[in-house]
Every structure is written in C-alpha cells, then in structure tokens.
Write a protein that binds this ligand. Sequence first.
Ligand code: ASP
Length: 706
Amino acid sequence: MLFSERVFCGQLTLGEVGRRVLLAGWVDAFRDHGGLLFIHLRDRSGIVQIVFSPEIAAADVCRRAAGLRAEYCIAVRGEVKQRREGTENPHIETGSMEVLVTELEVLSESDALPFAVSDKAMVAGAPSAGTDTVAEDLRLQYRYLDIRRTSMRDNLIARHRIFQCVRDFLDSRGFVEIETPVLTMSTPEGARDYLVPSRVHPENFYALPQSPQLFKQLLMIGGMERYFQLARCFRDEDLRPNRQPEFTQLDIEASFIDEEFLYELIEELTVRMFAVGGITLPRPFARMTHAEAMDTTGSDRPDLRFGLRFVDVTSVFAQTRYSIFRQILERGGCIKGINIQGQSGQLSKNVLQNEYAKEIVPSFGAKGMTWMRVEDGKFESNIVQFFSELELEALRGKFSAADGDVLILIADPSHATVTSALGQLRLHLANRLGLIPSNSFCPVWITEFPLFEATDEGGVTSSHHPFTAPDRADFDPKNIEELLSLRSRAYDLVINGEELGGGSIRINDRDLQRRIFAALGLTEAETKEKFGFFLRAFDFGAPPHGGLALGMDRAVSMILKTPSIREVIAFPKNRGAACPLTGAPSPVKREQLAELGLLNLGSQDVLPGTAENENRIDRLSWVSRIGLSADERPGMEDVLAQADALALLAAQNAGEGEALYTVAPVANRTRPGIQEKCSPLAETGQLLSRAPAVKGRFFKVASILE
Ligand code: ASP
C-alpha cells in the first residue's frame, strides 16, 4: 500500500464520510460478531473502528482478518461511514464513524502480550481496561508496549510540548541553546560521580556531569551572555522515590544580571510551562527567606497550600512552673507549636495522647509533645493544670485559639529538633486531616540560604555549590563561626513542597573564589588540581553572572499530575537504579575490564573486598564505600577492636565462648513457610480503620513513599 496516502485514525472527521482512506496502525481490540469483525485500529493520533463485513470485503480479506490479534501491525483501505444511531462509542473521539474495509495488509504480527495495551472499551458503557495493576518492572521491561498506551503516549507528547515551550520562550529572550560535554571532569554538586574508564589513558577516568555548572560559567566567561540547555545530568546518589540516576535539567546562565532578572524570567517561564498542562499559577510568586521558611514550616521547601504555621511560644513559658518546659528552657531550648483550627472533632484525646504524643511525634525525633484542645472557652489536656492562667491566656492570644481548635507544642533543648519534628508533624496532620486543597499550586522563591553548613569534622561545606556568591566578601576563611553566619545569593523555586530548581548569583572575583575554596578546607594544591582550569578562566575578565537549573522530569510530572517521575520519562530506571528493559547495569567480560586497564587497578590483582581471608579493614572500606585512607586505618582498627571486645563481653555474659556478631536471630518474616499471625484487631477491621485507603488487608502508604 502507498503510505504517502495514509491518513491518521484519530483525525478522521464526519467530513471524510464517503471517502476511501488508507489507515495504518495497531489492532487495539477486536470483537467478532459471527462473521462481522469489528476492530479498534490505533495509531499515535488515536483510534477508529474498522469493520470487516463479508458483504463488502472479499472472502480472502475476511479470512485473513479473522486471524488478526491484539497489537498486530496492519494497514487497511476502506470507506468512511457514519455509524448507525445508537452504535456510537463515546470512549473514542472518532466514535461516530467507522471504516468499512476492503483491503488488508498485515505488516507485522505480535506475540501474546505480557499485559493489555488497550484501554478503550469498544462499546458504550463497558469499562475500559487499565494497567494500574501491572507491576511497574513488567511495564518497564516491555516499555515499548507500555508507550503504546494512551497515558504514556500522552505524557511523552506533553513533555515534548513543555520542552518546546521552554525552547521558544528562551529563544525569544535571547538565550542560546549550547551543548556541553558528557565525558568530562567531576562537577561538585554534592553527589558521587559516575565514572567512565578511559581505554586510551589507562587508569584514568572521565566523570559524567552532575550538572553543566563549570561549563556554563565558562560560556559566560566566553562571552555567550545567555545560555540554556536541556541537559542530561548524572548523580550516583542513594535511592529515593522520584529520583533517577540520570535526569534532565533545564540549565540556564546569564551575564550582567542580578536576582531580579532571574526571578522575572523564571516566573514567566514556569507560568508558561504550567499553562501547557492547563494550570494557571498564581502570580507574582511569593518569596520567603530560608530563615522564615524554617521558622514557620520547619522546611526549606515549604508546602504553602495550607496553614499550620509555627508559632514560637518560648517567651510565654519564661517563668513557668511546669518542670519539663523549665528544664528545657534552662538548657537553651525553645517551644513552638501549631494551631490545628477547628479540628478537635477529628483529634480526640485518645488520638492525641496515644497516637501522636506516644508514637508519631517520637518517630519524628522529638521526645514528646504537649497537646491542648479548646472546648467551651477552656483548654483541655492532661497537663493543663501545670500552666498558670497567665500562660494560658498568652497561648490563647499567640495562637488566636478558639473553640474546636487543637494546639500542639513541641519543646526541646535543640532548636533543630523542634523545627524538624514540628515540620514533619505539620505535613502529617495536613495529609491526615485533608487540609491540602487538590489542584492548587503555591510557588515560592526561597532566598538568603546559609552559604555554608557545618560538617561533623568541625569544618564547613557549601550548602549549594562553591561558586555561589556570598552576601559579603569581607570574611575570614578560617573563622568557622563567621563562615556559618554568611548568607548566600542563592535561590530555590519551590512549588507545593517540592523543590523544582535552584541556582545562584556566582562569584566572578578570582580572589574571592580562592578564599571560598580555602574556607572549604581545600589546600592551594588541591584547588589547583580540581579546579585549576576553571580558576584560570577567571584571570581573563570574568563578567558578573548567575543562573539556575530546573528539574524537568519533576516539573513535567507535577504539571501532568503523575504519581511518579518515571511516568514522564520514556525509558527510566526502576527504583533499584536498574533498567528492566536492557538489563543495565550488567556485568562485563574480564577481557573488557582488562582492555580498560581495570583488572590491575592499584597494582592489585584482586579487587578489595573480594579475596578470601581478606583484611577486615579492606572489606569494610569496600562494602561501605567509605574509602579509608592510609592514615585513617589505625583509627578504624581501634573501632573494630572495641567492637570485638564488646561482642566478646556480650558472649561471655551469655555463657558462650565465642564473639557474637548478630544479636537477634535472623528470621524470614515475609516469605511462605512462616506462620503468618493476624491480630484480632485486623480481623475486625479496627486495625486499618484510620488508614487513608485500604485494599483487602493492606493499606496504602503516603505517596511520598510511593
Ligand atoms: N548547577 C546547579 C544544580 O545543578 C544549578 C545552578 O546553580 O545553576 O543544582
């Protein structure tokens, strides 16, 4: 058949009735009505029903049609007809017409399918099949079939539209799309690098870019002024839901600009991107300093779709008789709380005391919490008698507490513990009480981040990356306290509690950049080795510049409201960072390792941690990927010796002569063969009575855990 004459299934209109058309695509579904065969023919544009009738098609065509099965790839020719009244199918856009086939060509057959691709019912009112119940790894293993499904196809097309919108907009603002290398040197973004061995330079490695950070800054020094790239980035991080080892960033950099330029640019861009998905973002985007975000929500990526902001009530209890609070305050601690307005009906004494105070809040890292319900103008709780009238009145004022409200306070000597526990509690309560409005979007710029964070070793590390400009340049790189008080010119764009992206105004002064490296504890020699080429560029007139990167997989997933970013990536890795389709990562032949010079790394024949009777320190260092250096080994020997001594002591106490390495006996808790015990509460359904969604004897976990 002549494909140049082909028309698209989903684009047929009643205007084509009476025309002979050539269609090509896949058999989505079929129905055999004793000689009369109905088929849903699907191509990328949609579905149309085609009909094989012995009264119209030759016997040979009907015979071959009878052999068609799901996902056969075919081409047909036939006449477009309007369907008889009452036989229209509202499930498909072309549901008021069908094509009466006269010619059929089977282009390629299909094996039986691992899961159903079709999700459009053939008759009005019939339920459409879905793939919700198909295991994700199976979908990923047969991703090409999965992509034939409407939802995946629509997601990928929408992703393309969003990318296209980004390109058009940035082009209109004078930005140039430039590619930067994938085989490169390490870029510091705080994760591990993926390394690629070089064959021609044995024992040397390229790193895959964690971001194009260094190159985009070099492009600014190169005078390109406005750059962008839809860049693939690679970060070898611990597995978490909604993370991929490789992901796509919209990377942007511009010269002779300040923060306001980027806020305006990115607001306009983000609004346009979301508009592709029919979402209108509220403007102007809110702004919040990092300190304010932490103080009022306990998070540097606050979800502002609901209230439950923190109120600091430390001062209320300055003179308190309540000994728990008094001791905490004497130790320099603080007390903060939230008012859960009008929810006392949902939060009984029992729930507050037995669930929240005993279980949930301790699991968030705080020792406990104090709750109070407001009923008939009075505070009600198990400890209210310890508070003075003055304190209670002050609380009422600070929280604007009214009947039906529930106050929860958390007190701790560590401010960080209060903030973190209350922040988690805030999200927990909002989810449980249904306080998060669906279909609402709250973008906010978070600004004035601390430039550095303290490390366990008593030094500092960059909160963003080491090229971020500080708010002032007159600091002493050796004074840790002063370093920790510096703010950065960095900003994050957060929507609904998710960080969509972030960036900063960069350092363009070579001496300042060197002092930042010194503050990070890098010696001159280390700085030169890691960033010599980069710093050298600053010797040639670096312009002031800044930029940011937006996580595009995350953004598209948010716009399309998909449950995971894997739904908007054509060929993602699974949660185990593996690809069920190709089998990557996979072992390679020893010959290949030898060719890459990887067998004799460090002149050892055997990789550390794989030899029999190997050194324990080698093994520990290898399995934990700690990478112990020679001078750290004696310290680790000590730690192991202490652990041995303790284990031996425990064994002796237990009356045995040998060191104990496992305290609890290992038992298989989930596999068959183990007697499953069921609590009587489960039998009566009480156990899951508060679960947000229950299926059989299981409950759904919050979406953050997937
Ligand atoms: N390179 C940064 C990142 O990947 C973004 C930026 O500072 O522009 O997070």
